[in-house]
Design a binder for this molecule. Structure first.
Ligand code: SF4
Ligand code: SF4
Length: 371
């Protein structure tokens, strides 16, 4: 660490003590690696999802061809793409204390994502979700090609952001209002059994309207940062609400900060990081882009609440064992994921156990079943 310059600045430290004093800019000497680590986790999860998609496609083709193609086991991880089934199963489990037989992996994966949001902000969206990853790469591509992204004006941004909460409330209302028996009946009906196949068919045999909507979302995502996630994703909305309870938050140390505003400029969620001591917003995804943009030692961290220190002690003491290193975030996400998935596997509750002849009857006629 070395001192580069002196600044005069009024601020308030995390302990609430007013500070009008000469400020010393201390540059970070250890390079921030949060974005490289986050990208590696994103790509690993994307690769996992691509593998699941290929396996599931082969599994579906086996039944559609009447057993003529090579058989592969159904990848239970595909249940991660059935968030409503995940919530239904979670409610069923909480009410009956029995692990549901249909799409149980959906419940375990929903629990993984809710737990990660509770402990580590909405990292599900910015570290794990393949749609979030695609959204991020699209706006970065848009910025590279067109040299800018557009910010939706506040008067439009706020009602648009409300859309995802409306969708989330609608789905939560349905799940909460159904009895455990009704949930069980729904998921054991043909529609529930092959909900995953119907989802695959939707993407593989998309109509003109579906295609127009997807193209529109892609185009909007090129120009507006995380368009889908910010305005429309009900799952992200739920994770965001849960994440407000997280003890880990982006925290700014007013004594170290030199008010350069780089963090706010870098924030894909357009949060005024440079004006907050802690970011409580449900829109904060824990992406750490703000931290990567900040060049000042101890000014900004994803952390637990700071230690209470007197003014004479070095700022670093406040954040010792409180700041969360991106490697720790990646490791914690991996532990939550493998612990719950491992527990489900070990107890025989990961796979859906449906006889092959039943799938043989249902899968080729998936589009005929409604709910
Ligand atoms: S990037 Fe943000 S936290 Fe870091 S010094 Fe600048 S204003 Fe302060
Ligand atoms: S405040 Fe920081 S961590 Fe939160 S969304 Fe903005 S850039 Fe990402």
């Amino acid at each position: 660490m070395h001192s580069d310059a002196k600044f005069s600045c009024a601020g308030t430290n995390p302990g609430g003590v007013p500070a009008k004093q000469k400020k010393i800019l201390v540059r970070r000497i250890v390079r921030d690696r949060s974005q490289q680590i986050r990208r590696a986790v994103q790509l690993a999860f994307l690769a996992l999802n691509a593998w699941i998609a290929i396996e599931f496609l082969l599994w579906t083709r086996y039944f559609e061809s009447g057993g003529q193609t090579h058989y592969v086991e159904r990848p239970a991880g595909v249940d991660g793409w059935l968030p409503i089934a995940g919530l239904m199963n979670l409610k069923y489990f909480l009410v009956t204390h029995h692990v549901p037989v249909m799409h149980p992996a959906a419940m375990f994966l929903t629990a993984v994502f809710l737990l990660s949001s509770l402990l580590l902000k909405k990292t599900f969206c910015s570290w794990l979700c393949p749609v979030g990853t695609a959204s991020e790469y699209l706006w970065k591509l848009g910025r590279r090609v067109f040299h800018r992204n557009f910010v939706v004006p506040r008067w439009l941004d706020i009602p648009l952001r409300g859309l995802k909460y409306l969708l989330m409330s609608f789905f939560l209302f349905i799940v909460i209002s159904m009895s455990a028996e009704a949930l069980n009946d729904f998921l054991l009906a043909p529609f529930g059994i092959i909900a995953d196949v119907k989802m695959l068919n939707f993407f593989c045999h998309m109509g003109i309207v579906g295609m127009a909507v997807v193209v529109m979302l892609i185009v909007l995502s090129l120009f507006i940062q995380n368009f889908w996630c910010r305005f429309l994703c009900p799952y992200g909305a739920l994770m965001g609400l849960v994440s407000t309870l997280s003890p880990a938050k982006i925290r700014r140390d007013a004594d170290a900060c030199v008010a350069c505003g780089k963090c706010s400029k870098a924030c894909p969620s357009s949060l005024p990081v440079d004006r907050l001591l802690q970011v409580r917003s449900a829109e904060c995804t824990g992406c750490m882009e703000c931290i990567a943009a900040c060049s000042v030692e101890n000014a900004l961290q994803l952390s637990l609440p700071p230690r209470r220190m007197n003014q004479q002690e070095p700022i670093a003491n406040r954040w010792r064992h409180r700041a969360l290193d991106p490697r720790l975030v990646a490791a914690a996400l991996a532990i939550i994921f493998f612990a719950l998935v491992g527990a489900a596997r070990a107890t025989g509750h990961w796979q859906t156990h449906i006889p092959q002849n039943e799938y043989m009857q249902l899968v080729p006629h998936a589009d005929e079943y409604g709910h």
